[in-house]
Ligand binder design. Structure first.
Ligand SMILES: [Zn+2]
Length: 281
């Protein structure tokens, strides 16, 4: 690998010109990011680390070998031979850039973490979370998460069980709760509900086949994990990637009804939703 920019908020197709959509990185983006970091860092000794967050400013991981980088839902863990795990989360705006070691950092004021080995450097920009913890204590960072849609231990039945614990909750809210299942953000939420014909405000308990819904989510994330950007239509051209996400006011691709946009969720934590009022009931 020579160089790559790994998008979070930069992911193409998640934002339309002139709009103010949130474009929170979803599970597929984090999975792809972890893979790129794994390729650049795993099996190699760090020659330098630079934590640009006050709490870890004096921590140095130089001399430690990175053993692996893995995604867990939307969280990212970079583990070292010294028994430490660097836990990061992209949140709203974060992204990583992997470049040959020694490449000048662009926008260095945005860098929160720099990891360097003899050949490569990985810079984490605008990370929402940056912390170091002993690897056996990773559960403190990720133990609350439900089954990981892109994890080796994906368990649809367990995700359905967790979702079903609060039957009155709107499905558009429940699927974003990472304690139920981990990896879905507003983009995949909108698309999977459209494809199953489900209105996002429907209570969880009214949905007959939750199993099919979560498995569709898993297939969608899985199909998107190895590339930059998302598509649910099979078309990766800009403006063609989604059925409903980012298409408020435009004609539904199936029935021509204008797509609607709204917010949903507890006060202060409202998240965007897009749906077709005709196709989704
Ligand atoms: Zn429609």
């Amino acid at each position: 690998m020579t160089s790559s920019t790994i998008p979070g908020a930069e992911a193409p197709g998640t934002e339309l010109p002139g709009s103010t959509l949130e474009a929170v990185p979803e599970g597929d983006v984090v999975w792809y990011t972890a893979r790129q970091l794994h390729e650049a860092l795993a099996g190699r000794v760090l020659t330098r680390s630079d934590f640009r967050v006050p709490r870890y400013a004096t921590v140095s991981l130089a001399g430690q070998q990175v053993t692996e980088a893995v995604a867990r839902g939307k969280h990212l863990l970079i583990r070292t031979s010294g028994g430490l795990s660097i836990h990061t989360h992209l949140k709203m705006d974060g992204f990583w850039r992997v470049r040959p070691a020694g490449t000048p950092l662009g926008e260095s004021y945005k860098v929160r973490l720099l990891l360097v080995n003899e050949d490569q450097q990985a810079a984490g920009y605008l990370l929402g979370v940056t912390e170091v913890l002993p690897t056996p204590e990773e559960h403190r960072a990720t133990g609350h998460l439900g089954p990981d849609l892109l994890g080796p231990d994906w368990d649809a039945a367990e995700a359905v069980r967790r979702l079903s614990q609060r039957e009155e909750r709107p499905i558009g809210e429940a699927l974003l709760d990472q304690r139920n299942l981990a990896g879905i953000g507003t983009w995949f939420l909108a698309e999977m509900l459209f494809l199953r014909g489900i209105d996002p405000s429907r209570p969880v308990g009214s949905i007959a086949d939750l199993d099919a819904l979560v498995n569709l989510g898993q297939r969608l994330l899985n199909a998107n994990k190895a590339r930059i950007g998302h598509t649910s239509t099979g078309d990766t051209r800009r403006g063609q990637e989604s059925w409903v996400y980012g298409r408020a006011g435009r004609a539904c691709r199936r029935c021509r009804t204008p797509i609607r946009r709204g917010e949903q969720g507890p006060a202060g934590q409202e998240r965007l939703r897009f749906w077709c009022p005709n196709c989704q009931r």
